[in-house]
Design a protein around this ligand. Structure first.
Ligand SMILES: Nc1ncnc2c1ncn2[C@@H]1O[C@H](COP(=O)(O)OP(=O)(O)OP(=O)(O)O)[C@@H](O)[C@H]1O
Ligand SMILES: [Mg+2]
Length: 482
């Protein structure tokens, strides 16, 4: 059987473990990445500030010397800036010197010289009397420092450092963490799959073994169980199956005995009656035979004894006929009954046999059947049981038992058909005879149909059988609804 992979234990475990891995790694990664970013940024800042501050000294000196005329104006400051721009360790994007009003004195881009800078960053830089860090954009760090000695100020040195490479490094770090967690999750999934295969493989094979157990009959006496927890399960499954089988067998035995007892009761009634009614005339006949054997009888006496014997035999014949009639003729105890429930009860009595022979039962009770009919519930039930049983016994390897009950022209018509072995044409006229059976010794009494016919006739009805060998048999019962 295929199960949705997310509903398997393995699927659930994998999902939860993956969430756990992500839940642990994500905050850890976030913390590490943030810390790493701060450290890298700090390094850039420290280096940038050291650079700016050391260069500021040279610039201040130069400007001082220029003012007092020790060096010639121009050139030196531009050289410092262009040297600065050459540095490869820091990604410097601009370097400039502003005079105290914001006018550009020197710039790495020559065309900027002379421009007046009034923007927010420039104003803050000009106003500060110490080194200042600013972020004109997310990817740029601006470091500025005053060019001053004591309170005398010549201007401000500003450099811009690109943080792009830092941001790139952070992105790489994030990617690394994502790959790392993905790797961890894949490893976890593989590990869980492996662990689960240790459990699910034997479980699946246990299920297969259980499915392969024969549906009926004896179980294999030896059952190879594993040496672990699954083995415990295997053994207890096997024990359970065995108990169920034993229960079934016991039930079958009880049912068989029950049917047998019913038959014995029927035979018992008949034979005891026969014994009683037959024994007396038999005594007379035996007595006559005894006298004949002695050979001392006169012709008149011989005639007399022969008449006696004839009389006795006639009495026996009559007794047998009467007894047979009597056996079929107990009084009916009619009451208003629900015919459908009689069918249901008869079927439920035979439930075990039906299931055992894997017989499919179809029931079709017409809607226009009166809800209560006048009949002898027990005897009609017996008729159905007899006929159902014949049908079941004719379908040893399965088939369909169909019961249809309808009302037509004041008659209750019940047809019971099977898809069993059928009855050969030459035997069909004899099936209602008492003691006619084709079932082996001790299996059938041959009274089932005979008794059923008697009961149906006493209800004023008729019973017919149609049958084809190899196709099945249909029994039709008609009783008046009155
Ligand atoms: N549905 C059927 N399919 C095939 N054969 C049947 C069917 N019904 C009756 N017969 C034949 O008719 C015979 C007589 O049936 P009946 O029910 O009277 O006796 P029985 O079934 O042999 O024995 P008992 O009913 O006492 O167990 C059966 O032995 C069987 O050969
Ligand atoms: Mg029978």
């Amino acid at each position: 059987m295929r199960i949705n992979p997310f509903r398997t234990l393995q699927g659930k475990f994998t999902l939860y473990l993956s969430l756990l891995v992500i839940g642990i790694i994500a905050p850890l990664a976030y913390r590490n990445i943030s810390r790493e970013k701060v450290l890298m940024e700090d390094a850039i800042i420290r280096e940038g500030e050291a650079l700016v501050e050391s260069l500021a000294i040279s610039c201040t000196n130069t400007m001082l010397y220029e003012e007092i005329g020790l060096v010639e104006e121009g050139g030196l400051l531009d050289n410092y800036l262009s040297d600065l721009m050459q540095r490869k360790d820091l990604n410097i994007v601009y370097a400039m010197i502003l005079d105290p009003r914001g006018s550009v004195i020197a710039h790495n881009a020559m065309k900027e010289v002379g421009n007046l800078y009034q923007d927010e960053v420039s104003r803050k830089a000009l106003a500060a009397w110490s080194t200042v860090r600013q972020h004109p954009s997310a990817a740029t760090l601006d470091i500025s420092t005053p060019l001053a000695i004591s309170t005398k100020r010549w201007g401000t040195l500003r450099i811009g450092i690109s943080l792009e490479s830092l941001n790139n490094e952070v992105s790489t770090l994030i990617l690394k963490y994502v790959l790392y967690s993905a790797g961890l999750i894949v490893t976890a999934i593989l590990f869980i799959a492996f662990l689960f295969s240790l459990i699910t493989r034997p479980l699946r094979s246990l299920a297969r073994e259980m499915d392969a157990m024969p549906a009926t009959g004896d179980l294999p006496s030896f059952f190879p169980a594993r040496d672990d927890e699954v083995g415990i399960l295997q053994r207890s499954f096997y024990r359970m199956l065995k108990r169920i089988r034993e229960d079934e067998k016991e039930k079958e035995r009880i049912q068989r005995n029950l049917l047998l007892t019913e038959k014995m009761v029927a035979i018992g009634k008949l034979t005891s009656g026969v014994a009683h009614e037959i024994n007396n005339p038999l005594g007379g006949i035996l007595n006559s035979i005894y006298h004949f054997k002695k050979g001392t009888l006169s012709p008149e006496r011989q005639r007399e004894y022969l008449d006696l014997m004839e009389d006795g035999i006639k009495r026996i014949q009559k007794a047998v006929t009467n007894l047979l009639e009597y056996a079929r003729n107990p009084n009916l105890q009619q009451s208003a009954v629900d015919f459908e429930s009689i069918i249901g009860r008869a079927l439920s009595l035979l439930d075990y046999q039906i299931r055992k022979s894997r017989i499919n039962v179809e029931k079709e009770i017409s809607r226009d059947l009166p809800s209560s009919l006048k009949m002898d519930r027990d005897q009609m039930g017996q008729v159905l049981v007899n006929i159902f049983l014949n049908a079941i016994q004719s379908m040893e390897s399965g088939g369909t038992l169909r019961v249809v009950a309808t009302a037509l022209n004041g008659q209750l018509i019940t047809t019971i058909s099977d898809t069993g072995s059928g009855i050969p044409k030459d035997l069909l006229p004899r099936v209602f005879d008492p003691f006619f059976t084709t079932k082996g010794e001790g299996k059938g009494t041959g009274l089932g149909l005979w008794i059923s016919q008697g009961i149906v006739e006493r209800h004023g009805g008729t019973i017919h059988i149609l049958s084809n060998v190899g196709e099945g048999t249909t029994v039709e019962i008609q009783v008046p609804i009155a």
